[in-house]
Design a protein around this ligand. Structure first.
Ligand code: ZN
Length: 199
């Protein structure tokens, strides 16, 4: 394979990039000025070297603890659980949630061999046992996989009687993912949250 084809194939590892887009990226790279491409290439490397999950919430950061967990003005007793970093960013973009997060790293999917051990559940339990947490918001994606994971977490967490377990209410249409919802819908869903009930 020549280097041009190799680059095109490399671009195809990116989500949503098919043959045509990969080809456009490849020819753009060839034409673009050298500094621009060098900057991109340096950043790609740097991100992989410097970014790691926050020790507390799992949010990718260059520090040991991410800026959200490090922020004293936020409410550290309210922890919102999301599947992915993208969901955290989406909720942060509303600017309305003042609690903190816990990134699970996905949802349970036994058929794909994603079991509780593959998610950041142990970290969640450690966090609950060592901090004063008053509320946990299960803000997993409003679809079957998210629901199954929420029920699993609820069963695991209900023994902590002092912790209120809630979930976002109306406005999050079933079958969707947080990623595709607009800021207003997310904000409404989270601010009108209701208690999570045994199914
Ligand atoms: Zn954090």
């Amino acid at each position: 394979m020549n280097i041009i084809n190799e680059l095109k194939e490399a671009f195809k590892i990116l989500p949503g990039v098919g043959n045509r887009t990969a080809q456009r990226f490849t020819f753009y790279t060839i034409k673009a000025n050298k500094e621009k491409i060098e900057r991109l290439s340096d950043l790609l490397k740097e991100v992989k070297e410097k970014i790691h999950p926050c020790k507390i919430c799992g949010n990718p950061t260059t520090e040991e603890i991410c800026p959200i967990c490090n922020n004293d003005t936020r409410d550290h007793s309210t922890v919102l659980i999301v599947e992915n970093t993208e969901d955290l960013y989406q909720i942060e973009a509303t600017g309305k949630f003042r609690g903190v997060y816990h990134i699970l790293g996905g949802h349970l999917a036994p058929l794909e061999n994603i079991t509780p051990e593959n998610l950041r559940i142990k970290e969640l339990i450690d966090r609950i046992e060592n901090n004063d947490i008053e509320e946990i918001i299960l803000a997993l994606n409003p679809n079957t996989a998210g629901e199954v994971t929420s029920i699993y977490l609820f069963d695991l967490l209900k023994k902590y009687k002092d912790i209120k377990i809630t979930k976002p209410s109306i406005g999050l249409p079933y079958g969707s993912t947080i990623h595709y919802l607009d800021n207003y819908t997310i904000m409404q869903g989270i601010s009108d949250r209701k208690e999570f009930k045994e199914q």
